[in-house]
Write a protein that binds this ligand. Structure first.
Ligand code: DGL
Length: 273
C-alpha cells in the first residue's frame, strides 16, 4: 500500500532536528519523516544551482515516501531554493506543499526588539541571498536588520568541535565582532538551524540585554496556524504520533549526534539520492 499523510522535514544535516523537536512538542499527533542530506552537507558554501538541485531531489524523495507537506528546516535551502520550487516545480504536484523557515521568523522576530535593531546570523549562502532583508522588509519594515555570516559554525558543529576550546574560541571571535559592529542590536536571530545547538553558549557569552532567538518554536507555531488555515491539507495528515529519520550519510554518526546534541534516542536509516 502506498504511504501517505506524513509531514516531511528536510535539512542538509542534523540542524533541522532543532526545529522538528519543537514541532513534535507542539503537534505530537502527526507522523513525521526527517531527511538529512549529511553526505552533501554543508550547503552554506554551495552554489544556488547545487542547493536547488539537492533540495528539490530530497523533496521529491520525501513526496515519494508519502509526505504531503515538506518543511525546509534549513535556512540555506529556504533562501536559495524555496521560491523556485514553489513557483515552478510544485506546479506538477498541486496537492503538495513546501514551506520554509525564513518567512515565519521575519513575521514575528521584529516584535522582540526594543531598539528595532537585530542581527541575523546565518551561513554565507543565506546571508548573501539577502532573503532575510527582503522578508523583514515585507513583514516588519520598522526593523533595522543587520546580517552576519558565520561560515565556520556549521562545520564546527557537524564535526562536534563546538565541544572543544578551539571550536568555542572561533565562535567567540565572531560574537566579539558582532557586539562591536552592532551595539544597538538587542536581538540576535539564529538564522541557521544548526546554531541552536550552541544557543546556551551564545546566550551566556553575550551581554544579558541581548536576546538570542532560535526558530524551532516559531516554526512550530506557524505550522500549527498554517494547518488550521488549510483544512484540506490537515485532513490528509495521518495521526499515529510517529517519527522516522533518514540520512544520506552515516546512520551511526547521525544517531550519535542526535543523542549527544539533542538528547534524542533515534533509529536512523540510510538512503541513496
Ligand atoms: N541547517 C542549515 C541552515 O539552516 C545549515 C546549512 C549548511 O549546511 O551549511 O542553513
Amino acid at each position: 500500500m502506498l504511504k501517505h499523510g506524513l509531514i516531511g522535514f528536510f535539512d542538509s544535516g542534523y540542524g533541522g532536528l532543532t526545529v522538528l523537536k519543537e514541532v513534535q512538542a507542539l503537534l505530537p499527533q502527526y507522523d513525521y519523516l526527517y531527511l538529512g542530506d549529511n553526505k552533501r552537507a554543508p550547503y552554506g558554501e554551495k552554489t544556488q544551482q547545487e542547493v536547488y538541485e539537492y533540495t528539490w531531489e530530497s523533496i521529491q524523495y520525501l513526496f515519494s515516501q508519502g509526505c504531503e507537506l515538506v518543511i525546509l528546516a534549513c535556512n540555506t535551502a529556504s533562501a536559495k531554493a524555496l521560491r523556485r520550487i514553489q513557483q515552478n516545480d510544485l506546479l506538477a504536484f498541486p496537492d503538495k506543499r513546501v514551506l520554509g523557515v525564513i518567512r515565519p521568523s521575519a513575521e514575528i522576530v521584529g516584535t522582540y526588539s526594543q531598539t528595532n535593531q537585530l542581527v541575523v546570523l546565518g551561513t554565507r549562502g543565506t546571508i548573501l541571498s539577502n532573503t532575510y532583508l527582503d522578508e523583514f522588509n515585507n513583514h516588519s519594515p520598522q526593523t533595522i536588520v543587520h546580517q552576519y555570516a558565520c561560515p565556520s559554525w556549521v562545520p564546527i558543529i557537524e564535526s562536534g568541535k563546538h565541544a572543544s576550546k578551539e571550536g568555542l574560541n572561533l565562535i567567540k571571535e565572531d560574537l566579539d565582532a558582532i557586539i562591536k559592529l552592532y551595539p544597538q542590536a538587542d536581538v540576535i536571530l539564529l538564522g541557521c538551524t544548526h546554531y541552536p545547538i550552541i544557543q546556551d553558549f551564545i546566550q551566556t557569552y553575550l551581554p544579558s540585554k541581548i536576546k538570542v532567538v532560535s526558530q524551532g518554536e516559531i516554526v512550530a507555531a506557524s505550522l500549527k496556524d498554517y494547518l488550521n488555515r488549510h483544512d484540506w491539507l490537515q485532513k490528509k495528515l495521518t495521526q499515529h504520533a510517529s517519527s522516522k529519520y533518514l540520512t544520506t550519510g552515516n546512520p551511526a554518526d547521525f544517531e550519535k549526534q542526535a543523542k549527544d546534541i539533542l538528547r534524542l534516542n533515534i533509529k536512523v536509516e540510510q538512503i541513496k539520492l
